[in-house]
Design a protein around this ligand. Structure first.
Ligand code: PEP
Ligand code: MG
Length: 889
């Protein structure tokens, strides 16, 4: 096994092994772009280290061999006294985790080599400043020294000299500071700062390995659903310096605008600075376009390289570069993160440019991005009180109370407040505060600052670099131009699409993408909104390719109509118990509690016309399309009065000597029916079997409604679905009765209704005996909510609020199995039941109607196992259509 790859040996497809940064450095090297030479230690080496606590034995020799080759190529040795080779040691995992892991620069500097660097660079101040930075960075990240100790010493040095910026410190000051920093290291760690260059390097490599399991990194991975066992690669790269004077500098750039997708020059440049200064947002940058004026040759070369990269990667790339005394170096590139809207626009732009085809365009967007575009935004017509303006860093409309530190953000959001986190700039320590906030506002830093990059990744609204807003985190307040002061707790609204910041709550309006799906705007029209046009096109790519049909879970005509506008091809689940919520709940209660036949028949008679008229409306809204009506499936506790409440009422009435016969009777009945595990109790088909006439009434309502629609010239396609079946016998009994009722209605109305009858597969036993069940079912619909509940033995109503957080933290699963289908467990039952069902009945129709039907990852799974349709809530239909298209592309 090979643990180290030279940049010339890798390529962009080796991200698993070399991490994103390493793979792309290799790709750029092989494209002939100016990349400082170096090599990458694989994620495999990291995994060995994390698993065993020590580096693989072969690693040391491999690193030595590559270092030697690098030294030969550069004509100098690591840390060589008269002309030191210096390297950076950078983390780089398969998935980008901006700022979450460690990096150490200037490795190789020591008491011995600092003078050599000064002589070579002809700049003593630069050499001491680099050494100072090394001890600080190394001390903090590798040796675990409290970073504030260095910051304080640096501040003190400036104060003593009466200056305010680092640049005003001279070589002698920095030399003194280096001594002080070494003292801090010795005192804090009980050991001297290592002078041996190779030891520095080895310790830095180990620190990078370990930073994979740092708290920040773990939190970020959980948030971004990045698996915890991938490990990071380590890139050892020869240093180039952007801080060697005004003809040096460093910057970041995008090959097109990551917020809109527009082509142009987008990026930030910082003269006479090192890379970390830009990303940290510590000093204010100039727009990349200014580089043309500062250094035309480098600018032209950079533009050329960006074009090369875009054409090569066929996508938006972001890059980091450094100019060292007029020579351009590429330090990083990757396919760039972008806003959801830009993803759709870029995908269609690239199709138009002939760089990618439609199938590839589908892979460039995700259902999650589409979902984000369906969020509301601020009402343009609303009266607003503009406080100031920053950079539109991550779109969306966020309203909340101003908080000025992450701790408060987390605390307030836990107690149910919506908050906007306001900081001068954010750093990785703010991650949990950012997660807890509706949006993030910073007064410094550009589109590539930490706040912007992380917020975009999380899909959070962010406005950054609002310089006219003066943020005072100590006094927990922000001052806007004109002296308006916003104190902690005051409501502000931020618009991540325009960069505007408002005082108070600005009303929000629906998104143009939703307006389009609603059919209120025409996505094909010449003058349609650019984003809407792009979404329209991508949706047509998806619809043209997908094999899965998409249906809606809807129980009323209004939802059904919306679902249809959103592209639903029928209803996959009408939960009839939802038709008895509110005022009608009592009718079901009466039915369940009836202890005489007469009482029961009366209750059923009262329900029939209500059911029928509901169905007529539903069939009308979905005319011509299938509507799966599920017979009553209430876990009893959802329909009966609460036993404790009722007991209290009875006890009170008794104490007050008030009449309470009815309550008492009800209480006795509720006691009789009370279940310890209502979810496993008298519900679904079981209820239909023990309450005579219940299912017959529902079937009659369905059949009569269908007959009425036929007579009105409609084309109803009702499918009757039996819930919670565990054995084919249950189904057979219900089927016999249903067929009898249907035949009766057909005879009486002179219609041929062609109703089909099927079942839900939502119990393990049903899945395991699917071959038998298919004998009595014309279709299966997988109820993955109950199936997940019963396969895992997790109460679907309780666990997410109780121990799931612990499970997620421990990495037992990366996402709740109620949200994304558990492929290995629940999924494998779905797969085998589908196969067994089709073996019995080759034309068996297969669908899914659990919550998973609208979940992007699950949709791909259902495509893979060959279902005919997924059914989900109306609002998720566009997402399901898109993902079904992506799965098939
Ligand atoms: C299911 O169990 O997945 C399902 C769709 O039924 P319900 O959620 O109504 O129990
Ligand atoms: Mg169910």
């Amino acid at each position: 096994q090979k643990f180290v790859y030279d940049f010339t040996e890798g390529n962009k497809d080796l991200k698993d092994l070399l991490g994103g940064k390493g793979a792309n450095l290799a790709e750029m090297t092989n494209l002939g772009l100016p990349v400082p030479p170096g090599f990458t230690i694989t994620t495999e080496a990291c995994k060995v280290y994390l698993g065993s606590g020590s580096e693989p034995t072969a690693l040391r020799d491999e690193v030595s061999a590559h270092l030697e080759a690098l030294e030969k190529r550069m004509g100098k040795k690591l840390g060589q006294a008269d002309d030191p080779l210096l390297v950076s040691v950078r983390s780089g995992a398969k998935f980008s985790m901006p700022g979450m892991m460690d990096t150490v620069l200037n490795i190789g500097l020591s008491d011995a080599s600092v003078a050599g660097l000064a002589a070579q660079a002809g700049d003593e101040r630069f050499a001491w400043d680099s050494y100072r930075r090394l001890i600080q960075m190394f001390g903090k990240t590798v040796l675990g020294v409290d970073g504030e100790l260095f910051e304080d010493a640096l501040d003190e040095a400036k104060r003593a000299k009466g200056v305010t910026t680092d640049v005003e410190l001279g070589a002698a000051d920095l030399k003194r500071l280096v001594e002080e920093f070494k003292g801090i290291v010795a005192k804090d760690t009980g050991r001297d700062f290592p002078q041996e260059p190779r030891e520095q390097m080895d310790l830095a490599i180990r620190a990078v390995f370990e930073s994979w399991n740092g708290d920040r990194a773990k939190l970020y991975r959980r948030q971004e659903r990045i698996p915890g066992d991938l490990g990071t690669a380590v890139n050892i790269c020869s240093m180039v310096f952007g801080n060697l004077g005004p003809d040096s500098g460093t910057g970041v750039a995008f090959t097109r605008d990551p917020a809109s997708g527009h082509q142009g020059v987008y990026g930030d440049y910082l003269q006479n600075a090192q890379g970390e200064d830009v990303v940290a947002g510590i000093r204010n940058t100039v727009p990349l376009a200014d580089l043309e004026r500062i250094d035309k040759a480098s600018y032209d070369q950079l533009m050329q390289i960006m074009e090369t990269l875009e054409t090569h990667y066929k996508d938006l790339c972001d890059i980091e570069f450094t100019i060292e005394r007029g020579k351009l170096w590429m330090l990083q590139t990757r396919v760039g993160k972008r806003t959801a809207g830009a993803a759709f626009r870029i995908a269609t732009q690239l199709v138009d440019q002939g760089l990618i085809d439609e199938a590839e365009a589908l892979q460039r967007v995700t259902g999650a991005q589409l979902a984000m575009l369906m969020f509301p935004r601020f009402d343009e017509k609303a009266k607003t009180d503009l406080l100031g303006r920053g950079i539109a860093a991550s779109p969306g409309a966020a309203v909340g109370k101003a908080v000025f530190d992450s701790y408060t953000a987390v605390k307030w959001s836990r107690s149910g407040e919506k908050v906007i986190l306001i900081r001068r700039e954010t750093n990785p320590d703010d991650l949990d505060g950012m997660i807890a906030s509706e949006g993030i506002l910073t007064s410094r830093g550009g589109k590539t600052s930490h706040a912007a990059v992380v917020a975009r990744g999380m899909g959070k609204t962010c406005v950054c670099g609002a310089e006219e807003l003066e943020v005072d985190t100590k006094r927990r307040r922000m001052t806007a131009p004109g002296g308006v002061v916003i104190e902690e707790g005051e409501v502000v609204s931020i618009d991540g699409s325009t960069g505007k910041v408002y005082l108070g709550e600005v009303p929000v309006v629906p998104s143009p993408v939703v307006e389009y799906f609603e059919g209120r705007t025409d996505g094909a029209a010449e003058d349609a909104d650019e984003l809407v046009k792009a979404v329209h096109r991508v949706m047509s790519y998806a619809d043209g390719r997908r094999r899965l049909q998409v249906r809606a879970n809807a129980d009323n005509a209004e939802d059904a109509a919306r679902a249809r506008r959103f592209g639903a091809q029928g209803i996959g689940l009408c939960r009839t118990e939802h038709m008895f919520l509110g005022e009608r709940r009592e009718m079901v209660e009466r039915l369940i509690l009836a202890d005489h036949e007469d009482e029961r028949d009366e209750a059923l008679k009262a329900l029939l016309p209500l059911q029928k008229s509901d169905f007529v409306e539903l069939f009308e809204a979905m005319d011509g399309l299938p509507v799966t009506v599920r017979l009553l499936d209430p876990p009893l506790h959802e329909f009966l009065p609460d036993i404790t409440e009722l007991s209290v009422r009875v006890a009170l009435a008794e104490a007050r000597e008030e009449a309470h016969e009815n309550e008492l009777r009800l209480l006795q009945a509720v006691h009789k029916l009370h279940e310890q595990n209502p979810m496993l109790g008298l519900r679904g088909v079981r209820l239909g079997l023990v309450i005579p006439g219940l299912f017959a009434m529902q079937v009659r309502a369905i059949a009569e409604a269908a007959a009425e629609r036929v007579k009105a010239g409609g084309a109803p396609h009702a499918e009757i679905m039996i819930p919670l079946v565990g054995t084919v016998q249950e189904l057979e009994i219900v089927r016999e009765e249903a067929e009898r009722v249907i035949a009766e209605v057909e005879r009486a109305t002179g219609t041929d209704l062609r109703l089909t009858l099927g079942t839900m597969i939502e119990l393990p036993r049903a899945a395991l005996t699917a071959g038998q069940i298919a004998e009595a079912a014309e279709f299966f619909s997988f109820g993955t909510n109950d199936l997940t509940q019963t396969v895992w033995g997790f109460s679907r109503d309780d666990v997410e609020a109780s121990f799931f957080t612990a499970y997620l933290e421990k990495g037992i699963f990366g996402v709740s199995p109620f949200e994304t289908i558990d492929r290995d467990g629940v999924g494998s039952l779905v797969r085998s039941a589908a196969e067994a069902g089709r073996a019995t009945r080759p034309d068996l129709k297969l669908g899914v109607c659990g919550e998973h039907g609208g979940d992007p990852d699950s949709v791909h799974f259902f495509h893979e196992v060959g279902l005919d349709y997924v059914s989900c809530s109306p609002f998720r239909i566009p997402v399901a259509r898109l993902e079904a298209g992506r799965a098939a592309a």
